[in-house]
Design a protein around this ligand. Sequence first.
Ligand SMILES: NC(=O)c1ccc[n+]([C@@H]2O[C@H](COP(=O)([O-])OP(=O)(O)OC[C@H]3O[C@@H](n4cnc5c(N)ncnc54)[C@H](OP(=O)(O)O)[C@@H]3O)[C@@H](O)[C@H]2O)c1
Length: 236
Amino acid sequence: MALELARQGAAVLLVYTSESSTPKAEAVLGEIAALPTPPEASRVQVDLTSADAPAGILSALDSWLGPSSHVDILVNNAGVEVVKPLADTTPADYDKVYSLNVHAPIRLTQALLPRLNPEGGNRIINIGSVGSRAGFAGLGLYCSSKAALEGLTRCWAAELGGDGTTVNQVNPGPVQSEMLANIPPEIVEGQKRNTPVQRRLGTVKEVAEVVAWLASPASSWITGQVLSASGGWAMY
Ligand SMILES: NC(=O)c1ccc[n+]([C@@H]2O[C@H](COP(=O)([O-])OP(=O)(O)OC[C@H]3O[C@@H](n4cnc5c(N)ncnc54)[C@H](OP(=O)(O)O)[C@@H]3O)[C@@H](O)[C@H]2O)c1
């Protein structure tokens, strides 16, 4: 997503948390630097579940582009899942999923409100999942957290539209990633079988291009929407 946004001219600040992702973030920065007209790009390592995360991101933004810089596009992408039946679900599981998938976007979006471009037309894009409107055994916390994000998406769209700011959500179907490795294979195989477009997984690029379009001026009349990026597995 960062690469696609950069390709379309956005200066990008990458957010990640694991030490092992530093080289991956560096690799993305390298790909951005190799674009024909590379925009500014940087990275910041924070734990989005920590109350200090927004301050860490804002401080990185200040040192990178200066304290008067604005944020025009926010993509709330980080997410985590726990695969467990209801009977085994613990309060710690709830905290793990909801602190990243729900609380972190609330905290970060709220903290960035004063830094949005005062000229308006800002873009907030939440990354959900087709699971938010489906019933997958063992994925109750994950699916319900993405449904909560849909509720936030619609309410923020209603609150923030006055200056042309839009808030939308993209719900991907299965896409090859580290997360997918933890989803029970029978769920993924069932999804592939029922995907009208070529009975396959989606690609990162296919999701990133939907996000980039939502981030562009071309989507100015679309807000409070949830787009299923799943090859038609989920049709809204
Ligand atoms: N892959 C799929 O099939 C699929 C389908 C539907 C929806 N989604 C959604 O798409 C989004 C991206 O998923 P993915 O497949 O790319 O998952 P992933 O491979 O597990 O990557 C998750 C990303 O979130 C970051 N992250 C995790 N915990 C964090 C924290 N506490 N603070 C900051 N960053 C944190 C990770 O950073 P580190 O690498 O540094 O840990 C990583 O960049 C998620 O919201 C997911 O629910 C994915």
